[in-house]
Write a protein that binds this ligand. Structure first.
Ligand SMILES: *Cc1c(COP(=O)(O)O)cnc(C)c1O
Length: 383
């Protein structure tokens, strides 16, 4: 139940094992007429066909699949679009952000040239729109990056489009976590809502191989990003993930809507059941969550790391990265992919209650968790 992980189909995994694993593509450019690496005829075809699928699923004119993860994709966007001294506003670690420009970028030169500030969130764990508007007027950022690792509700991209044109900043969307929800249509597509550029991972709520992507409808921006990616950040771009990614996009085109809807239903069912047991589930005012994860404040129930205790029962979820509160993040993509539905979420909530409220011996609960999860070893939403 680690929200940044998933469970991929056997067929998708089989595509990772190919000769492409030992080959180089032409990393220097994406322009077919300028690509001159030898032995690349079929590699080029595979790459371009995968690009078409990514464009289709994200409603984008341009794509770059050279980043080998979401973090690298984000770095390429920030490095390409900012001049020294300019400011980025992003989600802080304390609000379950990735802290792309802040704490996650520990390159001293970068630190000294790119400024960073954080947007604020309200009680229900949504971006505080009014505060962000004021912050933008005061601080004049060049780039605002929406999206984090604990996204419960869609971010207010369309609310900032007009302001971005007026004030002269760019909107980026870090879709790493919600890529699968966007592809399945249960989350709004940030590009449709006016984001200038979107980047992310292909392996979190999107059940593909590990990898990254950048998409945009703006040719100038994607070209700048491409020139930053290669050759500075990436040369070998791990080609074996591309057929696997193409396959997982085909799965999403066929089954994505059903998969995405079930993920959200499962998140809400689990949140409600935990709430009924007396847990403090964040975002309750707005229906807990509209995404693939929920956030639980385990504060009253436990003093040590709740996720470490849950690990003893063989339930894996994530402790708050900022380390300053006993918040845990619980994701539903993997259990959904294994075929669990709302009834199973109630069973899972009961395991949480036994461990954190009744303080039952973890090894006894682990036996029940084992027996329960063994009933779900298949993989749904695949051909
Ligand atoms: C996971 C994550 C990343 C990094 O993606 P990788 O694929 O691990 O490189 C970036 N941003 C956010 C919000 C994330 O959750």
């Amino acid at each position: 139940m680690i929200a940044s992980e998933n469970y991929s189909s056997k067929r998708m995994r089989s595509y990772l094992d190919s000769d492409l694993n030992n080959r180089y593509g032409c990393y220097a450019t994406l322009k077919p007429e300028d690509r001159e690496y030898t032995g690349n005829k079929y590699i080029h075809e595979v790459e371009m066909a995968t690009h078409e699928l990514v464009k289709e699923i994200f409603h984008a004119k341009y794509v770059d699949l050279r980043p080998i993860g979401g973090h690298m994709a984000g770095m390429s966007v920030v490095l390409a679009l900012l001049e020294p001294g300019e400011l980025v506003i992003e989600v802080s670690l304390k609000d379950w952000g990735h802290g792309l420009v802040g704490p996650m970028c520990q390159i001293r030169h970068f630190d000294q040239t790119i400024q960073v500030e954080y947007m604020e969130f309200d009680e229900s764990r949504s971006v505080d729109i009014e505060k962000l508007k004021k912050q933008i007027i005061d601080k004049k950022p060049k780039l605002v990056i929406f999206g984090g690792s604990g996204t419960l509700f869609p971010e207010p991209v369309k609310e900032f489009r007009e302001m971005a044109d007026k004030e002269g900043f760019l909107i980026a969307y870090d879709a790493s976590h919600v890529t699968g929800l966007i592809a399945s249509g249960v989350f709004p597509n940030p590009l449709d809502e006016g984001a200038d550029i979107m980047f992310g991972s292909t392996h979190k709520s999107f059940p593909g191989p590990q990898g990254g992507f950048v998409v945009s409808n703006n040719a100038t921006l994607i070209e700048k990003v491409g020139n930053t990616l290669s050759p500075s950040l990436v040369t070998s771009h791990h080609l074996n993930r591309l057929p696997a990614l193409a396959y997982s996009i085909l799965e999403m085109k066929e089954f994505g809507q059903e998969y995405g809807m079930q993920i959200v239903k499962n998140t809400q069912a689990l949140a409600r059941a935990l709430d009924e047991y007396g847990f403090k589930v964040l975002g309750k005012q707005k229906g807990y969550s509209k995404s693939h994860l929920l956030l639980l404040d385990a504060g009253d129930h436990i003093s040590v790391s709740p996720a470490k205790l849950l690990e003893k029962l063989k339930i894996l979820c994530s402790d708050d990265f900022s380390g300053n509160s006993p918040e845990i993040r619980i994701g539903t993509p993997e259990v959904t992919r294994r075929g669990m539905k709302e009834n199973e979420m109630r069973v899972i909530a009961d395991f949480f209650k036994r461990a954190l409220i009744d303080k039952e011996d973890p090894s006894l609960i682990a036996r029940d968790v084992d027996a329960f999860s063994r009933r779900f070893l298949g993989c749904e939403y695949t051909f």
